[in-house]
Structure formats: structure tokens, C-alpha cells
Design a binder for this molecule. Structure first.
Ligand code: SF4
Length: 162
């Protein structure tokens, strides 16, 4: 089974601050599947490190006031195209990101407040009908008992157990 992951969840140092955000649960899931990694902001050609960005209405704006809406859209499209071409069964997304966030994102005020919403890539993937889960869903599952892939696809654990 092929599953795509936000690259920072797999330990790739691609975040705005040059860091990564791997978790044991996501790494365990990645070991059990054929993992495909993506980072839409890197796909857009944005540097690492880079200023943090948040969605502000229909725009994406960096903390320094630079509008990066077009770059985020370009990177999201490139990553979405790659994910679709890869034929993955599921995408695991980094929480709260202006690109990868699935359920909540920062509200655009740089105050740490969250609002309901999706990142730019998650919006694209939703239009493509791709199955998506947030990293928090993976963290909440015990892989050997209620594997997120099995939950999403409605299948038994079967081949994912070992
Ligand atoms: Fe991680 Fe997505 Fe941000 Fe890239 S764009 S660093 S994959 S959350």
C-alpha cells in the first residue's frame, strides 16, 4: 500500500524554521507502507529556512508581510499532481500548516489562534477526492489495533500487521 506523507513528518528538515516534526506513530506507519514524501512549499522553490506564513482570507502572507499566495498555489499544484500520479491510497498531513493543515489552521494574525480551515494543498487534494488524515489521527491510533489506513479504507488490518 502506498501512502503519501508531509515530508516534515518523516523527519525531513523542510519546515520554515529548518526543522522537522517526526512522531513515532507516523514513522511507524511509514515503515508499514510504501511511503511517498512531499513538501509543497519546497516544491514551490521557497527556501529553507523561510519566514513563517499564514492564510489570510484567500491569500497567504508571511510574517514579514510578503504575499506568497502564488508560490503556495504553485507548490500545492505540483505536489497534488505528484500525489495523484503516485496512486496513493491515503495522504497523511501535518497539522495546522498553511499548506498541509487539514482541519484547523492559524488564523492569519500570528497570535497562535486557530480557526477551522484547510491548507492550500489540502484544499487541492480534497478537490481530487484523495483520502486524507491529519497526523493527529495517526497519533491517536494504536497501529497494531486500529490502523489509520484500515480505518480510512474500511479494510481489515491484514497485510499491515507486520
Ligand atoms: Fe511540512 Fe507541509 Fe510545511 Fe512542507 S509545507 S514543511 S510538508 S507542513
Amino acid at each position: 500500500m502506498r501512502v503519501a506523507f508531509s515530508a516534515c513528518l518523516l523527519g525531513d528538515p523542510v519546515r520554515y524554521d529548518g526543522g522537522a516534526k517526526p512522531t513515532p506513530e507516523v514513522l511507524e506507519l511509514a515503515r508499514r507502507v510504501e511511503a511517498v514524501r512531499f513538501c509543497p512549499e519546497c516544491a514551490a522553490g521557497l527556501p529553507v529556512p523561510r519566514p513563517p506564513a499564514e492564510r489570510v482570507g484567500g491569500r497567504v502572507v508571511c510574517s514579514d508581510g510578503i504575499d506568497v499566495t502564488e508560490a503556495f498555489a504553485r507548490g500545492a499544484q505540483a505536489s497534488a499532481d505528484r500525489i495523484v500520479r503516485s496512486g496513493v491510497s491515503l495522504v497523511v498531513l501535518k497539522a495546522k500548516s498553511p499548506s498541509c493543515g487539514l482541519n484547523v489552521i492559524y488564523d492569519g494574525t500570528y497570535s497562535g489562534k486557530l480557526v477551522s480551515g484547510r491548507g492550500v494543498l489540502a484544499e487541492r487534494l480534497e478537490k481530487e477526492g484523495i483520502c486524507m488524515v491529519c497526523e493527529d489521527t495517526v497519533k491517536a491510533c494504536k497501529p497494531s489495533v486500529e490502523h489509520p489506513v484500515a480505518i480510512v479504507l474500511g479494510t481489515g488490518l491484514g497485510h499491515l500487521k507486520n
